[in-house]
Design a protein around this ligand. Sequence first.
Ligand SMILES: *Cc1c(COP(=O)(O)O)cnc(C)c1O
Length: 508
Amino acid sequence: MPADSTLIVAVEEKEESPFQSLVERSKHEDFIRRAVDLLVERVVFGRSSRNAKVVEWATPSEIKTAIDLKPRDNPVSHDELLAIIADVARYSVNTGHPYFVNQLFSSVDPYGLIGQWLTDALNPSVYTYEVAPVFTLMEEEVLREMRSIVGWPEGEGDGIFSPGGSIANGYAISCARYYFYPEVKNKGVYAVPKLVLFTSELAHYSTKKLTTFMGIGGDNCILVKTTENGKMDVEDLETKINEAIEDGATPFLVTATSGTTVYGAFDPLVEISALCKKYNLWLHVDAAWGGGALMSRKHRHLLAGIEMADSVTWNPHKLLAAPQQCSTFLIRHKNILKDGHSSEAKYLFQKDKFYDTSYDTGDKHIQCGRRADVLKFWFMWKAKGSEGFEKHIDRLFDNAQFFVDHIRQREGFRLVIDNPECTNIMFWYVPTCLRGRENDPDYKERLHKVAPKIKERMIKEGSMMVTYQPQGNLINFFRIVFQNSALDHKDMIYFANEFERLGKDIVV
Ligand SMILES: *Cc1c(COP(=O)(O)O)cnc(C)c1O
């Protein structure tokens, strides 16, 4: 049966013949039901059991052979489409698998998934109340709650769902600049002094990237040194602020990080905010990764001082395990987002509508059409309550601590940071051939080659997925990320055993 018509065409074209329209409906209904069954079987459950593979490694040419990627002139049948779904799933990385610990996101939350599917079935675009009434109100409510968790006074502030933490960090630059120099909106960078901002050398690369994107220039994103735990060095921050001023530049923003991407370090927000006060700078906290810890009474101290921030990036799709993509930008100042970004398109944001147009919130975004990323997160929140999120976070930190304690006393493992603060853990695995050779002149060079070799083996076997990277002058080390609270202590031991199995006999 060719998939030649969309549902709406089916209904409209066949209106004269009710029988035909029933045929069309049953055809599409049958396809959707079979596809959903397949998704539930093959994608959601079939692939997330511990003995399934995390990845079925295939080369580009193998994938090109397995899946006919080229769009064709002729339609394919429903049966073929179902086979295609199965193949796409088969060769895709199984990010819902418990042993996918490669990235700062993973797992499939059942409520998040259904929230996402509901979003897709409703297919809204959140720019006006008229088109997205429920989602407009839902966004305001969820963002209000998140601001209250950050610790800002009730009734203050604003926020948006943003297409990723990178863009949210860009909003911080834009809002801070507009706050100090509103003329920048129409006159541009030509009307303002030479601006500089500060973030740490271990901060996410997006701050520098967005500095470039916004015409401030990447060189004017000044990287502050970090201490040996990976936290921003506050003394160096003050030195660099003064150097910039002496150079004739105008500092306006510090972006601190709560949970750095590689080290999981939390910058000292109380000290940094004191400097921001002293020099009249906007304080943005990039809590894209670590923000979820605010949900836990036990761990929120890691972000102590965040309530002094002017703005915050917080990605529920990271520690809180909402499906991709779910990211927020929160701001303590009420009208900056709107005043700084609105362009009042008359075809969309008509001011003479019959309802209260303050609910048409789309104009504070830089996007026009926009997915309702709020729904899946809100739905998860309903399903678990804040208590559920707290338990989730406490479990992640408990697993991470268990893993650190376990590998600390196990032969072959060396921690990069002795006491990691978040749930991403960095370590080297030292194969037998290098043990006791720490003082050899070529030790580092050889150890550097170990991680890529172990990675190749794990991917080809599909037994787990853990990322590695060099950083600064550190040679390749692994970074394992715990963000899935379905894991337990036994899984932590599995990971360590698996490193030993794959890595012990490697010769470099
Ligand atoms: C992941 C991350 C980002 C970027 O978020 P995206 O949603 O991937 O764009 C920004 N900052 C930190 C600290 C991150 O870990």
